[in-house]
Design a binder for this molecule. Structure first.
Ligand code: SDX
Length: 428
């Protein structure tokens, strides 16, 4: 707590508010005393609102900085692996070799799902969007784990985190297998996390397959880059749901629902669909003009960011990984990927995008990379959810393990003042 004050002069009243400083980032003004003085703050979209304190992830949108527990995202993406980053986000420190071995054992122990989970899939059409299936099936996990739903119990919280980290890939791959009518493939604990996911996605009982190590490494990096991102829309949803005391599976299911939107996690699928709609390099100008037209709702999906008004540091690593994968699968000269690179170049040079600092974000490159790996577009946000689950459950756990309040924002009411009921015959 600092002794710095902000003085708010309203009419003949002066309200003194505390100014608080974090270890990094802007100071905040503690506005909680306002309600006692008869005022609310007003901040649609929470553009200038710090909703909580956290030690997990730091973003500086102007400098293009992203730190997970203090470690720069590019160092982790290039030198670590996803399970090590999961340990870091959850526990605050990178694991030593014994801690890492024990953590991997715990995750592997939970990688299978209850056999009855299969029945949930039969309730969905084969062509259901996999995110609709994920919202339902992840939420339904709480129907199986009554033994560890005491959110005040740290062991229960840790077990729920293990179960979610371990089961998300299994359930995500089941969504894909169900959509193509192939049998579910059980997890292979001898494989790495990313290899295992590719195995469950693309292997069949008919033949042995070995995931391509370059693609597995790229996927592991995509998981790291998407693991957490401060108080974004879906993480804020998880925290708000968690503040009611809801169980962690219900909270993660709420986060999946929020992530699905095309302005948020759905942008990678939307970016790929947009590239297919553009179709040819000759059409890029038409779509850039649509994106610039204030009367046209069209936006260049995969460009711009609420926080990064500089280059998304994840996009830099993602771009490198994208080119590695295109090389590995021999797709560098594929017209579709050449179209994507042409759009990137034109947008980076166009004054409209430069002035508004609308750079390609992580979703632009992750969509192209996942497509090159052979993953269908409707599974992109599922993979984003798979990766972001560690961020959601770490932020949820951080909130639940220290004092917190039920989240309950207020409003600026613009509706009718009080009036009284009249019988239908007396209404005009
Ligand atoms: C993610 O919050 C997170 O951390 C999210 C995320 C995470 O890891 O959790 O990083 C993941 O969601 C990344 C963002 C993915 N979304 C997209 O790629 C969808 C396309 N992008 C836009 O919808 C938009 O850029 C937003 C919503 C992401 C951010 O928009 P802002 O910051 O709210 O800014 P804005 O909408 O007010 O736009 C400012 C100006 C406007 O023009 P003017 O009114 O000033 O003339 O920029 C324009 C906008 O019209 N603009 C775009 C644009 N994005 C903003 N114009 C064309 N194409 C775009 N993509």
């Amino acid at each position: 707590m600092s002794d710095r004050k902000a003085k708010l002069m309203i009419d003949d009243k002066t309200i003194e508010l505390n100014v608080l400083s974090g270890t990094l980032g802007p100071d905040v003004i503690d506005v909680s005393p306002l309600v006692a003085n008869g005022y609310f703050t007003y901040d649609p979209g929470f553009m200038s609102t710090a909703a909580c304190e956290s030690k997990i992830t730091f973003i500086d949108g102007d400098k293009g900085i992203l730190l997970y527990r203090g470690y720069p995202i590019d160092e982790l993406a290039m030198n670590s692996n996803f399970l090590e980053v999961c340990y870091l986000l959850l526990n605050g420190e990178l694991p030593d070799s014994l801690q890492y071995e024990d953590f991997c054992k715990n995750i592997n122990r939970h990688s299978m799902v209850h056999e009855q989970m299969r029945n949930f899939f039969n309730g969905f059409r084969r062509d259901a969007h996999p995110m609709a299936v994920m919202v339902g099936v992840i939420g339904a996990l709480s129907a199986f784990y009554h033994d560890t739903l005491d959110i005040k119990n740290p062991v229960h919280r840790e077990t729920s985190a293990f179960r979610l980290i371990a089961k998300l890939p299994t359930i995500a791959a089941m969504c894909y297998k169900y959509s193509i009518g192939q049998p579910f493939m059980p997890p292979q604990n001898k494989m790495s996390y990313a290899e295992n996911f590719l195995h469950m996605m693309f292997a069949t009982p008919c033949e042995e397959t070995t995931p391509n190590p370059i693609l597995a490494r790229a996927l592991d990096r995509i998981f790291i880059l998407h693991a957490d991102h401060e108080q974004n829309a879906s993480t804020s949803t998880v925290r708000l749901a968690g503040s009611t005391g809801a169980n962690p599976y219900a909270c993660i299911s709420a986060g999946i629902g929020a992530l699905w939107g095309p302005a948020h996690g759905g942008a990678n699928e939307a970016a790929l669909n947009m590239l297919h709609e553009i179709g040819d390099i000759s059409q890029i100008g038409k779509y850039i003009a649509k994106a610039k037209d204030p009367n046209d709702k069209f936006r260049l999906m995969g460009f711009g960011h609420r926080v990064y008004k500089n280059y998304d540091p994840r996009a830099k690593v993602m771009r490198e990984t994208c080119h590695e994968v295109l090389e590995a699968v021999g797709a560098h000269n594929d017209p579709f990927f050449k179209l994507a690179m042409a759009l990137e170049k034109i947008a980076l040079e166009d004054p409209y995008f430069v002035e508004r600092k609308l750079y390609p974000n992580v979703d632009f490159y992750s969509g192209i990379t996942l497509s090159a790996i052979g993953i269908p577009a409707n599974m992109f946000t599922v993979i984003f959810a798979l990766a972001r689950t560690i961020g959601w459950i770490s932020q949820w756990s951080e909130m639940i393990s220290s004092p917190y309040k039920l989240g309950r924002p207020r409003q600026l009411y613009q509706g009718l003042t009080e009036r009284h009921f009249v019988e239908i015959d007396e209404r005009k």
